[in-house]
Design a protein around this ligand. Structure first.
Ligand code: ZN
Length: 255
């Protein structure tokens, strides 16, 4: 599937990878941003040859940007670099190819025709960044897994941490009316509203974790069984990682 995503800016096309699952929703979203000097590809995605070919077929690639290092977003980056020769930039130096790591906050990426501002938004993973992009007329923020198009994301403890994640969401709350191009799922109309919802959800879960501890839960899985009773068991291992992050945040020794 290749199209301007519904609700997204005209300078952006979406190619969705065929890797659907409980954690990836309909599959990983690869975004192709059109510029005067070629395409900027955000998250080439998993190592699926047909997917990478479909992205490369959209035109010459000037630059590849990575939102974070989870395999469903970056696994195909080496092969994609072979196909396109485009430098690949990420927060984590180990993921970069032919380029320097993205600088922290306030950093910009030099892309003729598009202003790309890098927001360091750790929490889902330590290396997560968002890209606040504008062509001077329309703006959108590419959030990777920091904000998803549907449901909520995980905090992949111990690499991901809840304290920094809440901080990241508070900062994204300032992007009033800016559409979200998430790493999975559909476009959301307003980053500020989405961040506020995520913050409210996290507070609610923390209250539930405190209540589960008061009720005698001792291990992360015992907390999951109480707090995440409403979610599908296939995502319980991921929920357990998030519970470890919540216990760490609350200062409870994690077993
Ligand atoms: Zn991820």
């Amino acid at each position: 599937m290749t199209a301007i995503p519904a609700g997204g800016p005209a300078w952006c096309r979406l190619v969705r990878a065929d890797n659907p699952g409980p954690m990836t929703l309909d599959g990983t979203n690869t975004y192709v941003l059109s510029t005067a000097n070629g395409n900027v590809v955000v998250d080439p995605g998993p190592m699926i040859e047909e997917h990478l070919e479909a992205v490369a077929a959209l035109g010459p690639v000037a630059l590849v940007l990575l939102t974070h290092g989870h395999p469903d977003h970056v696994e195909g980056r080496g092969r994609f670099h072979e196909m396109t020769g485009a430098p690949t930039l990420a927060r984590d130096p180990a993921l970069c190819i032919d380029g320097d790591p993205l600088s922290v906050d306030g950093g910009t990426v030099d892309v003729p025709g598009l202003a790309v501002r890098v927001l360091h938004t750790p929490g889902h993973s330590a290396d997560s960044v968002c890209f606040d992009v504008s062509d001077g007329t329309t703006r959108a923020v590419l959030t990777g897994d920091t904000i998803l198009g549907r449901g909520t994301t995980i905090v992949a403890y111990p690499d991901g941490r809840l304290g920094p994640y809440l901080e990241s969401l508070r900062r994204l709350r300032s992007l009033d009316g800016v559409p979200v191009l998430p790493g999975h799922g559909p476009v959301l109309p307003d980053a500020a509203a989405a961040a506020a919802e995520y913050l409210a959800h996290r507070e609610e879960r923390l209250d539930q974790v405190r209540a589960a501890l008061d009720a005698g839960a001792r291990t992360p899985m015992e907390v999951v069984e109480i707090v995440y009773a409403d979610v599908d068991r296939s995502v319980w291992p991921a929920a357990e990682a998030t519970v470890r992050a919540q216990l760490d945040y609350l200062g409870v020794p994690v077993q």
